[in-house]
Design a protein around this ligand. Structure first.
Ligand code: ARG
Length: 293
C-alpha cells in the first residue's frame, strides 16, 4: 500500500534502445498500423531522441543496438529480448515481418549481457508480452506469444510465470494494456483481459490503478517506470494524475509517429536487469522536489 509520508524510490536502470533510422509503416500486423497513413520520419527520430535523453536525464544508462535497413519495427527493442537476474532470453517473432530482428537482438544480448542467452523454441515476443514484477513474470498470450513459451521462460528464469489471456486486438501485447510501476504496483486496462486473467490480476494487485479507455487508446499504459518516475504518452493525462496521486512522478513524452506502428515508450525500451546482488544502489536524482524533501 502507498504510504504518502514515504516518497517513492527510483533505482538506476540499464536500457537497450534502437534508433528509428529505418522506421516506417510498410505492413500492418496490428490494428494501429495503416501503411496508407504517412509517417514523419524526422519527427519520429526527434521524438525517440527525446525519450532517450529523458532516460539519461533521469540517471539511467542507455545502450544502443545498430538498426538494420529493411526492419522498420526494430525500433521496438522491448520485443527483442527479456533479461531478468542477468539471464537473457531472445525472441521468436510471431510473424515473418519481424522474424529477422531476433538474430540481431540475440547477438547483442550474447555480446553484452549473457553469453548463454536462450533462443525460444516457440513464438515469444519478449518484453512486449513478458513483464517482470517482484518475484514473478506476468505473461500475455492471445495474439503474439505462444502460451507454451511461458513454460520455457519459467524454466530459464526459474521464476513463476503468470499466464494472462489478452482479448482486445488493439492491445495485442501485454505491455500495451498493463504497466509495471514498482515491485507490487501495476496500472492496467481490465477490459483487455479475459475474465480469468482479470480475476488473477485483481487478486494479485488489489490496489492496481485502472486506466480509462481513452488513456489506454493513447497507449498510456505502454509506460516505463523506475519505481518513481513514470515515462508515458503525453496524451494520457488522467493516468498521469492518478500516478501523481499515488506518489509517482509522471514524465510525459510525445511519441505520435511511433504510435502509428502501435508502439509507445515501453515498446522502445528493453530493460537489462542485473542479478539482484548488483542492484543495491538508489538513484540520486537532482529533482528540486526531491532535494526539498
Ligand atoms: N509494429 C510493432 C509490432 O506490431 C509494434 C511493437 C510494439 N512493441 C511492444 N512492446 N508492444 O510488432
Amino acid at each position: 500500500m502507498f504510504d504518502a509520508a514515504r516518497p517513492r524510490t527510483a533505482t538506476p536502470r540499464r536500457y537497450l534502445m534502437c534508433p528509428p533510422t529505418h522506421f516506417a509503416v510498410t505492413y500492418a500486423i496490428n490494428p494501429w498500423m495503416d501503411p496508407s497513413v504517412p509517417v514523419d520520419a524526422e519527427l519520429a527520430m526527434r521524438q525517440w531522441t527525446t525519450l532517450h535523453d529523458t532516460y539519461r536525464a533521469l540517471g539511467h544508462r542507455v545502450e544502443l543496438i545498430e538498426p538494420i535497413a529493411g526492419l522498420p519495427d526494430m525500433v521496438f527493442a522491448a520485443n527483442g529480448g527479456l533479461v531478468v537476474d542477468g539471464r537473457a532470453l531472445g525472441a521468436r517473432f510471431h510473424g515473418p515481418e519481424r522474424a529477422p530482428e531476433a538474430d540481431a537482438y540475440l547477438a547483442w544480448l550474447a555480446a553484452n549481457v549473457d553469453t548463454h542467452v536462450h533462443r525460444p523454441a516457440r513464438a515469444m515476443e519478449a518484453e512486449g508480452d513478458l513483464l517482470a514484477i517482484g518475484e514473478v513474470v506476468l505473461a500475455g498470450h492471445g495474439f503474439r506469444t505462444d502460451p507454451a513459451a511461458h513454460d520455457e521462460v519459467a524454466a530459464v528464469l526459474e521464476r513463476e510465470v503468470v499466464s494472462l489471456q489478452l482479448i482486445d486486438p488493439r492491445y495485442y501485447h501485454l505491455d500495451t494494456c498493463l504497466a509495471v510501476l514498482d515491485d507490487t504496483t501495476i496500472a492496467w486496462l481490465p477490459s483487455a483481459f479475459a475474465p480469468a486473467a482479470q480475476a488473477e490480476l485483481r487478486r494479485r494487485f488489489p490496489d492496481a490503478i485502472e486506466a480509462s479507455a481513452a488513456d489506454a487508446a493513447a497507449l498510456g499504459l505502454n509506460a516505463v517506470s523506475d519505481g518513481r518516475h513514470v515515462v508515458l504518452a503525453a496524451e494520457a493525462t488522467d493516468l498521469a494524475e492518478a500516478l501523481s496521486a499515488r506518489g509517482f512522478t509522471p514524465i510525459p513524452v510525445e511519441l505520435s509517429e511511433l504510435r502509428k506502428a502501435g508502439g509507445g515508450p515501453k515498446c522502445c525500451t528493453m530493460e537489462l536487469r542485473a542479478a539482484a546482488t548488483d542492484t543495491i544502489d538508489t538513484l540520486d536524482t537532482s529533482d528540486s522536489e526531491e532535494q526539498a524533501a
